[in-house]
Design a protein around this ligand. Structure first.
Ligand code: AMP
Ligand code: ZN
Length: 137
């Protein structure tokens, strides 16, 4: 894919701090971290987002995320770790090449998900579950 920043990193055309790579996956430090050590797990084969990623890459994508999360834990000793995948502009995606964020978190780091949580009424609970289940069967 032309003009994809992560494809350019994968091809070593532009600089990145590579944490590890294998035939399918590269992991780099995010250039604008939420906390230092914030890493990205990126399949080398271009896909725009998680939904369009080849299913054969998914096991290694998540194994790599776990590998990096364990390395963050043992190297930086964060209090917690977030795994995040933004899919689509309205979900906050800015680079349209699949990636998972692995973010070290600290007790007092000040980041908060400001959530306005909804509740289901009884019929909606069933309705939404049914709607989704139909697409899974
Ligand atoms: P998202 O907003 O979920 O698409 O995340 C894209 C991430 O890529 C952001 O956190 C950026 O800081 C990061 N990013 C963009 N360009 C680079 C780059 N050249 N090297 C490392 N990380 C980058
Ligand atoms: Zn790409």
């Amino acid at each position: 894919m032309d003009s994809c920043i992560f494809c350019s990193i994968i091809k070593k055309e532009i600089y990145a701090e590579i944490l590890f790579e294998d035939d399918e996956i590269i992991s780099i430090l995010d250039i604008n971290p939420m906390n230092y050590g914030h890493a990205l797990i990126i399949p080398k084969e271009h896909s725009d987002d998680f939904l369009s990623t080849s299913s054969h890459l998914i096991p290694n994508l998540f194994l790599s995320a776990q590998k990096v999360a364990k390395a963050l834990k043992s190297s930086l000793n964060p209090d917690g770790i977030n795994l995040v995948a933004n899919n689509g502009v309205y979900a906050g995606q800015s680079v349209f090449h699949t990636h998972i964020h692995v973010i070290p978190r600290y007790r007092d780091d000040g980041f908060q998900f400001k959530l306005d949580l909804k509740t289901y009424n009884d019929s909606d609970f069933l309705h939404f579950a049914d709607k989704i289940r139909k697409q899974l069967s």
